[in-house]
Design a protein. Structure first.
Length: 88
């Protein structure tokens, strides 16, 4: 059994932003799944819930698909995520 690597006890660092942009665009988790499917990325409502609640990893192609669905840059998707890293 493999363990999931975490960054300061976080499974992902973009979940909060996924939720923020989903809500800003008035998308339900179900509608976000449909939009992702149109891009060829299969996701379920449970996947979105787990990403938004820091219980599931986000794959690189999923991050890119989120940025395409939300019509934002990857930089926007990763905004305010430096707080997850130890700062010198």
């Amino acid at each position: 059994m493999s363990t999931i690597r975490k960054l300061n006890n976080n499974v992902n660092i973009v979940g909060t932003n996924v939720k923020k942009y989903r809500e800003l665009q008035n998308l339900s988790q179900e509608n976000l799944c449909r939009e992702m499917q149109l891009l060829g990325v299969t996701m379920y409502i449970a996947d979105i819930y787990e990403i938004e609640n820091n219980k599931r990893l986000v794959k690189d192609f999923e991050a890119k698909a989120f940025s395409l669905v939300f019509k934002i840059s990857l930089d926007d998707l990763y905004e305010n995520t430096n707080k997850f890293f130890y700062q010198k």
